[in-house]
Design a protein around this ligand. Sequence first.
Ligand code: HEC
Ligand code: HEC
Ligand code: HEC
Ligand code: HEC
Ligand code: HEC
Ligand code: HEC
Ligand code: HEC
Ligand code: HEC
Ligand code: HEC
Ligand code: HEC
Length: 339
Amino acid sequence: MQIARHVLAFCAVIGTLAAATPLLAADAPKAAKANLAADPNAKDLILKGDAKCTGCHDEADEPSGMSTMLELNPGVLAIGKTKHGTTADKRTPTCTDCHGESEKHVKHKGSDKPPKVDRSFRKNTTTPAEARNGACLTCHQGGKRMQWGGSQHASGEVGCNSCHQVHSKKDKVRDKLAQAEVCYTCHKEQRAQVSRPSHHPIPEGKVACSDCHNSHGSTGPKLLVKDSVNQTCYECHMEKRGPFLHNHQPVTEDCSICHNPHGTTAASLLKQRQPLLCQNCHNVNGHRTQFVQQAGGRPAVANSGSVSASMAGGCLNCHTNIHGSNSTTASGTGGRFRQ
Ligand code: HEC
Ligand code: HEC
Ligand code: HEC
Ligand code: HEC
Ligand code: HEC
Ligand code: HEC
Ligand code: HEC
Ligand code: HEC
Ligand code: HEC
Ligand code: HEC
């Protein structure tokens, strides 16, 4: 059966090409000249009970399910090197737990294309996302996936395997540096934002999309890991939580009023430059402008007037603690986030 296996391997390669090149698709079955049948003496190779499949499928088979990714997958048997291949762990799956018993596919003999497996995960598969995901969820319900059913990804018919590569030792989406690339295949706008001059250090591998988003579902908006934008930001920027004696209302409301969390052209992830950002809400006509230098170097108010252009450019020069301040000095200015 060795020869049959090699021919199968060849066919699988043709199959892979066919999937990518519609022109070849019609020829693919004809290319399978061998009388294909499972090796009756096959033994389990990597997973308990896999002989049923590995009698035909060997290391030369290359899954094409993730062909949106540039690099080729290693052979199907590479699954033996993942956590799913820990045969000592009784909870691990065998081929049929994911692909289904696929009796007709398995019993197939002859040179033509075998009938489809019960659940196929390849690109352009006709197996609905819900059926594919159901196979994974029999073992992976709960935990981080508690909210999967109501998630935007579930309702958007995104498959577990749209992000995860299970036949590969390296599951890109769980690698901090490589993860974003997986997300960008569908979320192009975020790729553009993250490549702007000011951005969270995602390309640098210091922050990952999954630090802020739970792709498997959440109780907060936009699949955020916490119940609100602010709670999510406080995970790493605790000092912005306060408590402050004087709060700046938009800050306590939603950090993303002023910041785009992915990236911006203005510095500090700001959606707009100052003073425009501030002027969305503040009319600076009538803002006191005549300042005299105090001994300590801080400007003190002397007069009324409108803020001059040069001063306007730097609201933060004076209102240094824009996220909230604890000044207990003369409350007239203490609430102005000046110290
Ligand atoms: C009799 C030989 C044989 C056996 C046994 C066999 N396969 Fe296949 N399988 C093939 C051939 C040939 C192809 C390529 C057909 C094609 O290109 O569509 C294939 C293709 C596949 C594909 C890719 C097609 C798709 O729609 O995703 C999967 C997945 C698959 N087999 C899984 C299995 C599993 C799981 C088992 C065991 C339960 C199994 N096979 C047993 C011969 C076999
Ligand atoms: C944990 C679930 C799971 C198990 C177990 C599993 N597969 Fe797969 N299989 C997948 C997924 C998902 C894909 C799509 C490619 C990927 O994610 O790496 C796939 C792809 C394939 C393909 C290629 C189809 C294509 O063209 O994309 C073949 C062939 C295949 N599996 C055969 C097997 C065999 C044989 C076994 C047992 C040794 C097995 N699978 C075990 C989930 C599984
Ligand atoms: C029969 C049960 C079963 C099925 C079905 C199953 N898994 Fe798993 N999976 C496991 C077990 C057991 C582990 C190891 C858990 C551990 O070590 O904590 C695991 C681990 C994983 C991991 C983490 C691997 C790591 O290196 O830490 C991922 C990701 C995963 N599975 C995804 C999937 C996807 C996607 C599917 C469906 C295509 C799937 N699983 C189907 C049982 C299953
Ligand atoms: C949109 C992309 C995406 C989809 C879709 C997705 N995952 Fe994940 N998954 C991730 C990321 C990112 C991680 C690593 C970070 C984390 O744990 O949150 C991960 C981690 C995991 C892990 C290992 C960590 C753990 O929680 O045990 C398992 C298991 C897993 N996913 C299973 C699944 C299953 C099952 C599905 C389908 C119901 C699925 N994933 C769908 C992106 C995704
Ligand atoms: C296969 C395509 C695909 C991949 C890959 C993917 N997503 Fe999604 N994502 C979707 C779809 C479809 C939706 C729901 C429709 C929408 O709102 O755009 C969605 C929704 C979201 C949302 C919620 C948007 C909202 O308006 O509520 C977030 C956040 C998100 N994805 C993050 C991620 C992250 C992080 C990754 C990578 C770990 C990722 N996605 C990978 C397709 C994908
Ligand atoms: C520092 C936290 C953080 C990181 C890291 C992050 N996001 Fe977000 N993301 C958010 C917040 C907060 C929102 C909601 C507010 C907004 O859209 O400005 C959001 C919104 C989204 C949305 C929905 C956009 C919309 O228009 O509704 C998508 C899609 C998304 N993020 C994908 C990603 C992807 C992909 C990555 C990784 C490249 C990523 N995010 C990294 C915090 C983050
Ligand atoms: C997982 C941790 C983490 C989370 C969660 C997080 N950040 Fe950050 N943030 C960082 C890191 C790391 C930096 C870069 C710090 C540095 O380079 O010194 C940063 C930098 C920033 C900067 C300064 C950027 C610059 O160019 O100076 C802003 C503004 C910011 N974050 C806002 C937010 C907002 C708003 C949220 C919530 C949507 C958030 N962060 C959530 C880790 C995080
Ligand atoms: C009213 C607009 C506004 C809101 C709302 C806002 N910020 Fe900022 N943020 C700014 C401005 C302006 C800067 C630039 C400060 C500078 O250049 O000194 C900044 C800078 C930052 C920085 C980098 C410099 C530093 O102070 O560490 C971080 C981190 C940050 N903001 C986090 C947050 C978080 C977290 C929230 C929500 C709790 C938030 N911001 C809400 C306006 C805002
Ligand atoms: C989304 C609207 C919004 C934006 C943008 C905004 N603020 Fe505010 N700001 C407010 C609100 C609301 C208050 C509370 C007003 C009140 O108590 O009368 C406030 C209060 C203030 C106060 C204290 C006023 C007082 O009477 O104590 C100062 C100073 C201030 N903001 C400066 C700024 C600066 C500087 C920026 C730009 C970096 C800015 N704000 C951006 C909405 C905004
Ligand atoms: C040269 C320093 C300086 C600059 C620049 C400056 N401010 Fe002020 N601002 C102050 C002082 C001092 C007060 C307090 C006045 C008081 O207590 O009566 C103040 C008060 C305010 C108040 C409270 C309401 C009011 O008018 O008394 C707001 C709102 C405000 N500033 C917004 C801004 C914005 C927006 C900018 C940028 C366009 C800005 N400031 C630029 C020093 C400055």
